[in-house]
Design a protein around this ligand. Structure first.
Ligand SMILES: NC(=O)c1ccc[n+]([C@@H]2O[C@H](COP(=O)([O-])OP(=O)(O)OC[C@H]3O[C@@H](n4cnc5c(N)ncnc54)[C@H](O)[C@@H]3O)[C@@H](O)[C@H]2O)c1
Length: 298
């Protein structure tokens, strides 16, 4: 990588959101280094223009090496501890490596999961976060580490609490995105299962909008914690119908018992993101799912 322009290191850059962010940063003229252990991501997602390092962020030494070398180029089924290990210990490794390498800022992909079941919907950042999952707890914990490092003047940061992100490249197997799962099943003409009665709601935000917010956060003020969502509740049944319309699927859904630990409703108030970065989502669900269906067909 030639070292003059701005540079960014993207952890999880071979994954769904990360790879889109990488593409955007490359288009903006960044030199991009991807750190990814390829546990769910794929090298196919990573542009050859980016420098890819197959490194687990839980392994401190190789991560430090990558971060230092990246600086130098420019001369300058789930174990209960899984989320804690990757999001807290791994995150802390990233944070320390970034600070040691003299990185200016860390932009963190946090999650609406930090809110758990909030008292008010749409939920704003002033609502006390009360996660109900290990995942949400670990995401919130790392926000606090960022705050602590920032308070000591070691790094600038922004934490973006993403709603349900969807778009091309999202996995459709395992713990995947529901839009991708519905799309794959509908294109294959398979039955589609909704867990619960179809009334659970989520806030779906298209990946390009998420990337736009993330890029703006990198250039905006430090210490911002902001929701990144569409601000509209979409029920499981409504989402089913949107994907069915895009995919030309004519069958009805089948219903299965609700999964424990799923929040009933989720919807994010995007006022802080709008005020801080002038950001607003631009791709409505109907358009976004159409793009996912088109992508899946090719
Ligand atoms: N997709 C969503 O709806 C959503 C919502 C809220 C927050 N987020 C956050 O956004 C980020 C990206 O999510 P995604 O949907 O793109 O997931 P993803 O699984 O597609 O991508 C994650 C990437 O990180 C890599 N990775 C996993 N563990 C690693 C490790 N220990 N070391 C190095 N690389 C590792 C994976 O191989 C993969 O390429 C995550 O931090 C997630 O918590 C996503």
């Amino acid at each position: 990588m030639t070292g003059q322009g701005p540079r960014a290191l993207v952890t999880g850059g071979a994954g769904f959101v990360g790879s889109h962010l990488v593409d955007r940063l490359l288009a903006d003229g960044y030199g991009v280094c991807v750190v990814d252990d390829l546990s769910t991501g794929s090298t196919n997602n990573v542009s050859p223009q980016a420098e890819l390092h197959r490194v687990d962020i839980c392994d401190a030494a190789p991560l430090h090496d990558v971060a230092l070398r990246f600086r130098d180029v420019r001369r300058s089924v789930r174990e209960p501890d899984f989320d804690a290990r990757v999001n807290v210990v791994g995150g802390l490794n990233v944070l320390r490596a970034a600070a040691a390498a003299g990185a200016r800022r860390l932009v963190y992909a946090s999650s609406a999961a930090v809110y758990g079941n909030p008292a008010r919907i749409p939920v704003s950042e002033t609502e006390p976060p009360r996660p109900i999952s290990e995942y949400g707890a670990s995401k919130l914990a790392f926000e606090h580490y960022l705050g602590a490092y920032s308070a000591r003047g070691l790094i600038e940061y922004a934490a973006l609490r993403y709603a349900n992100v969807y778009g091309p490249r999202q996995r459709s197997s395992g713990e995947a995105g529901v839009v991708s799962i519905f799309t794959r099943q509908m294109i294959a003409g398979e039955p589609v299962t909704i867990f619960g009665d179809g009334s659970k709601t989520r806030d779906y935000v298209y990946v390009a909008d998420v990337v736009e917010a993330t890029v703006r956060a990198a250039a905006g003020p430090s210490g911002v914690v902001a929701n990144v969502g569409w601000g509209r509740e979409v029920s499981d049944l409504e989402l089913f119908r949107a994907v069915a319309a895009a995919a030309g699927y004519r069958r009805q859904p089948t219903y299965a018992p609700d999964r424990r630990g799923d929040v009933a409703r989720s919807c994010l108030d995007g006022a802080v993101a709008q005020r801080t970065w002038g950001w607003r989502p631009s791709v409505p669900v109907a358009d976004g799912v159409r793009r996912v269906v088109e992508y899946a067909r090719t």
